[in-house]
Design a protein around this ligand. Structure first.
Ligand SMILES: *Cc1c(COP(=O)(O)O)cnc(C)c1O
Length: 812
């Protein structure tokens, strides 16, 4: 795709000013003279939203389009802040800055007023946000469907080093970006029973009704000409949420029951990441947004006057993980029970329309629902799933495997439990009901084929494919790193924003000392800015000349923040032992939230905070070692950390990180990666070349072999004195003298369990870190590698991912 970048904006300065002031007066009841920064934020956002809405009518909703409309179904959209990105996309950044300046207001202060839209946990939700951006940029008609949570991911604060969670009140008085479309409200059913009607047909009689009210957010392309939308559903019970009779009798609580119930469904985002949450409410959330979205799609299809038989020709559903997998039986139900199709026709359409993205191999993270629970909430869907399974097992499966019971039990949608209940394997349902299944990095997709679904791969050759993840260069380069963006513009032109392969043109500049200096200078400015933020948030002074070593991602044992921590302790000991040696100064930066119920992850956070406190206050180190944990990791914080990172920590146990996208964001901005051969690190290493990345640790096969022979972490502890000393210092209270036992649980887990084999990779990690320190001391060498990282990672644009989806997944 090569799109012309329009130099003209969609609105001239004059009309922009007029519109903006109109919003200030009418919506906010204020004036340019009196407006607060928050007022300006709202008025600016409303103005840009209006421009997008005007464009939307001309692009994404074109009723006559022939192309398949992509419906991206995701329980999570981690959008972050929208204003800065929108100003950049619409070419109004400078205009807005100048206008505000004339009123004595700073644009950066206005942008800081926006609360992140944190309707997601981490990588999976952020991927959905990047894909929405790239779908618009590829001019692919698309709608993102999700839930308009009242409260997004919790806000994280630290109290005495402990993580505490606070509710995320992100749209208390509404968000200027969201437009409610009450006329497109849909109704769905829940619970109830099955009934035979007089024609002998099985009918679902739900006992509870629920309304889904859509809230739309516009998603503009760069330049703003093409606009798609994100449609988020809010739940409402009944048309009359308050029972006035009861209310008048004084039964206030009872009267508001509907209000309370309806509210809970789209009330909060589950803060779980990489583990499923087996709660009724979660299943209801999944069904709620999926069913609302399918109703919405069918309504639009009919409005266009098209026959139901052609539904799959006009719409493709992409299921982001198995969270929306209930779409498969729901679509079957709609086509049969409401549209009167026979099974085979409905099944052909369903299988043609659905596509499923797998995000994890962790067996404990694969969703399963108890059949009795699902049958109570969705009795008709249980019947349909049983029928899908019956047809599958007695048809394709029997033909392929005969009576091989072991395989039949493995591919069955149902897993029989000893207690008589059955579990529904949502992944098996998704594979059987989809036209394509994709993993999210080459290594991961290979493992999906070889380890997770080998039987399905044999049964359906070509169904399982790979689409490597990507990140949008608009947000993760142009917007978050304006200094680097200007440097790129001056040297390779401006087209890289929509054609990231243009970055290749930087390759010869890696040999130019002047360019390396300019590149290093941009980084230095970014590090000064981050240092100010660290000072403000953590009350720690850091030296911008030090190596900024960054690990930012959810806190999870498989991501191994604990391995990073052990290395930090070993560096600390080394500096104390040899105070006069020439140590490379380092600042370790962490950002990570732990799921509230994940005890060990929270203990690791505590350990990092406690160790940071001791190290940061140890005068003997002469400020050569600092550790900071920035609270409340989120998109807008990532945007400030990434441009300032020298080293990107991607140190998961090989075989456990499906792809990672943080690795791409950091590498694109010129951070060097220290990482294992896991997820997309493998492809990143291929792209940048072995000399420009620090790879360490056991491979997938070596990890598997170690697991096979029985992993014993204690062996590593005993035989490596550096490691032993680090763990002992966690055990003996060196970092928390008032409560010497405080960090024992972390130490004991490492010595005796260490599920993700941090100890097995420790020595290799430490050696790689020594190479990092040596390289950082040779600036020419370091900056050459950094430039080559930026130059060679253009392929990790989500524009490329979306082109791959269009070709390998949604295409023929
Ligand atoms: C990119 C991103 C992630 C994913 O990071 P990984 O390192 O790939 O796990 C998580 N959270 C936020 C806020 C992000 O921006």
């Amino acid at each position: 795709m090569s799109k012309k970048k329009s130099e003209t904006t969609l609105m001239d300065n004059n009309s922009f000013t007029v519109e903006l002031e109109k919003h200030l007066r009418r919506e906010l009841g204020t004036s340019p003279k009196r407006a607060t920064a928050h007022d300006w934020w709202q008025a600016l956002s409303l103005t840009l939203r209006d421009i997008n809405l005007d464009q939307l009518q001309q692009s994404g909703l074109d009723e006559n389009q022939e192309e398949r409309h992509v419906c991206y179904l995701s329980m999570e959209f981690l959008m972050g802040r929208l204003l800065g990105d929108a100003l950049m996309n619409l070419g109004l950044y400078e205009t807005a800055a100048t206008l505000l300046q004339s009123y004595g207001v700073r644009l950066s202060d206005v942008l800081d007023q926006e609360r992140d839209m944190s309707l997601g946990n981490g990588g999976l939700g952020r991927l959905a946000a990047c894909f929405m951006d790239s779908l618009a940029n590829r001019n692919i008609p698309a709608t993102g469907y999700g839930i308009n949570y009242r409260y997004g991911l919790f806000r994280q604060v630290f109290v005495d080093g402990y993580q505490k969670e606070k509710p995320d009140v992100w749209r208390e008085f509404g968000s200027p970006w969201e437009t409610c479309r009450p006329s497109e409200t849909v109704e769905i059913g829940l619970f109830g029973h099955m009934e035979m009607d007089h024609d002998g047909n099985n009918r679902w009689v739900p006992s509870k009704k629920l309304f889904g009210v859509p809230w739309d957010i516009t998603i503009p392309s760069f330049g703003g000409q093409y606009v798609n939308r994100l449609r988020l559903w809010e739940s409402l019970v009944g048309a009359y949420p308050i029972d006035l009779d009861k209310y008048n009798q004084g039964e206030y609580l009872e009267a508001c029951r509907n209000l309370v119930d309806g509210d809970t469904i789209s009330g909060v985002l589950y803060p779980e990441d990489s583990t499923p949450q087996g709660k009724d409410l979660r299943l209801i959330q999944q069904y709620f947004f999926t069913a609302c979205s399918l109703k919405d799609i069918i309504r639009q299809h009919k409005q266009r006057g098209l026959p139901m038989g052609s539904l799959a020709k006009h719409y493709a559903l992409q299921l982001n993980d198995t969270h929306p997998a209930i779409a498969i039986p729901e679509l079957m139900r709609l086509l049969m029970d409401e549209e009167g199709m026979v099974w085979n026709q409905a099944w052909a359409i369903t299988q043609e329309m659905c596509h499923y993205t797998n995000h994890t191999l962790l067996p404990e993270a694969l969703e399963k629902w108890s059949a009795s629970l699902l049958g109570r909430i969705l009795p008709r869907h249980l019947q349909i799933i049983e029928m899908i399974n019956y047809v599958f097992l007695n048809g394709e499966a029997k033909e392929q495997w005969g009576d091989n019971l072991e395989i039949i039990q493995k591919v069955s949608i149902f897993e029989e439990l000893d207690n008589g209940d059955r579990m529904i394997r949502m992944a098996n349902l998704s594979v059987i009901g989809s036209r394509r299944v994709n993993g999210v990095a080459a290594l991961h997709s290979g493992l999906v084929k070889a380890n997770l679904f080998p039987e399905f791969d044999a049964l359906y050759p070509g169904k399982l494919v790979n689409v490597t993840n990507g990140v949008t260069p608009r947000r993760w380069l142009a917007h978050c790193n304006p200094g680097l963006a200007r440097l790129l513009d001056r040297n390779i032109g401006t087209d890289w924003r929509t054609d990231l392969d243009q970055l290749e043109k930087l390759t010869p500049l890696a040999e130019s000392p002047d360019f390396l200096d300019a590149f290093a200078n941009v980084r230095f400015k970014n590090k000064e800015r981050l240092a100010r933020l660290i000072e403000k948030e953590c009350k720690v002074t850091v030296n911008p000349n030090a190596l900024f070593d960054v690990q930012i991602k959810r806190l999870h044992e498989y991501k191994r923040q604990q391995l990073n921590l052990l290395h930090i302790i070993s560096l600390y000991h080394e500096m104390l032992d040899n105070p006069d040696a020439d140590h490379t100064p380092r600042v370790f930066v962490f950002g990570a939230k732990a799921a509230p119920g994940y005890v060990l992850a929270k203990q690791i956070i505590l350990a990092i905070n406690k160790i940071a406190q001791v190290i940061n206050n140890d005068r003997r180190l002469d400020d050569r070692l600092k550790v900071v944990f920035l609270p409340d990791y989120r998109v807008s914080l990532a945007e400030q950390i990434i441009p300032a990172a020298d080293l990107s920590e991607q140190i998961s146990t090989a075989g456990f990180e499906a792809s990672g996208t943080g690795n791409m964001k950091l590498g694109l901005n010129g951070a060097l990666t220290i990482g294992t051969l896991d997820g997309a690190n493998v492809e990143i290493a291929e792209a940048v070349g072995d000399d420009n990345i620090f790879i360490f640790g056991k491979t997938v096969d070596e990890i598997a072999a170690l697991q096979q022979q029985g992993y014993n972490p204690y062996h590593y502890y005993e035989s490596n004195p550096v490691l032993k000393r680090a763990i002992d210092s966690l055990m003996n209270g060196s970092f928390c003298q008032h409560k010497p036992d405080l960090l024992k649980p972390v130490a004991e887990d490492l010595m005796h369990r260490d599920q993700f084999m941090a100890l097995a990779d420790f020595e290799s990690y430490r050696e790689a870190q020594q190479k990092v320190s040596e390289t950082f001391r040779k600036p020419r060498l370091w900056w050459r590698k950094a430039v080559l990282n930026t130059a060679r990672l253009g392929g990790f644009s989500s524009d490329r991912s979306i082109a791959d989806y269009a070709e390998k997944v949604w295409g023929e």
